[in-house]
Design a protein around this ligand. Structure first.
Ligand SMILES: C[S@@+](CC[C@H](N)C(=O)[O-])C[C@H]1O[C@@H](n2cnc3c(N)ncnc32)[C@H](O)[C@@H]1O
Length: 259
């Protein structure tokens, strides 16, 4: 994982790192060092904690646990869903064309993993350091998974820690944006994850400035995931939109002069 230290995200809730009870604390201490976070004791820790074991790690807040695990049953189920096919079409995936994806809002890496599973090379950037760390650990774990397809997808994912807006997306990539959106009614499990993400960040993501950044990059396709009825990002109508049950993908395409 590459860290962009001058642009660490301002987080409102820096977690305390604790080790899984009964397991060696070495990996938890190493994570605390790497992330410059306090190392504590599970029993005394209050609020948000990053629990790190020998082979597992998760965020925990008031009994709610969030982890990134690409070979979980939930992810295996997800790869069979119609949502994946729509995401693939949104980024312009064809049988003979696997676009390079620049995912500027990494989150829990689920969309990135789906795209990598579909055969795309994906660079994923996450500004909250502890999430970037979890993503990086999940990619490393997936790289030695017993499931061939998970290993294959992991080989196509790279994680960057930092603010996407400080980086330049390489020419020819497809930029993917999925900024956090204030939650309304949603399935309880999804809501819990969203609450955790919002707890970690200092604010709901500024989708408009991310879109503006994306528009300034040398790319010909930008895909924005939005709740179905949310307003579009930016000041330009999408070239086309793909609609699912609760989300849609706004696709912006253009031709750039090549020098
Ligand atoms: C809704 S989540 C993305 C979920 C992701 N698509 C998935 O499938 O798990 C949005 C994430 O974007 C991150 N984010 C927002 N602005 C960012 C920026 N400027 N640079 C990097 N990450 C950013 C937030 O910290 C949050 O984790």
């Amino acid at each position: 994982m590459q860290i962009n230290p001058s642009h660490q995200a301002p987080v409102s809730a820096a977690p305390i790192v604790v080790s899984v009870q009964g397991e060696s604390p070495a990996r938890a201490r190493e994570a605390a060092n790497q992330l410059a976070l306090e190392y504590g004791n599970y029993r005394d820790a209050v609020g948000l904690i990053l629990v790190v074991g020998e082979t597992s790690a998760w965020l925990e807040l008031e009994g709610v646990k969030v982890t990134v695990k690409f070979d979980s049953a939930a992810m295996q189920h997800r790869r069979k869903g119609g949502h994946n096919e729509m995401l693939g079409r949104a980024v312009g995936l064809k049988a003979d064309r696997k676009p390079l994806i620049w995912d500027a809002t990494g989150g829990l890496g689920r969309d990135a993993f789906v795209l990598a599973d579909l055969g795309c090379e994906v660079t994923l950037c996450e500004r909250v350091p502890v999430l970037a760390w979890l993503l990086d650990q999940a990619v490393q774990a997936a790289a030695v998974s017993g499931i061939d397809q998970v290993r294959g997808a992991a080989e196509r994912i790279s994680v960057l820690a930092g603010d996407s807006k400080t980086l330049r997306a390489p020419a020819g990539t497809v930029i993917y944006l999925d900024p956090m959106f204030p939650e309304r009614k949603k399935a309880a499990a999804v809501k819990k994850e969203a609450v955790m993400l919002q707890h970690l960040a200092d604010q709901v993501d500024d989708g408009e400035s991310l879109w503006q950044w994306a528009w300034e990059q040398p790319v010909e396709r930008i895909v924005v995931k939005r709740p179905l009825r949310a307003p579009i990002l930016g000041h330009i109508r999408p070239s086309h939109t793909l609609k699912g049950k609760s989300v849609r993908f706004d696709v912006f395409t253009r031709r750039l002069e090549r020098s």
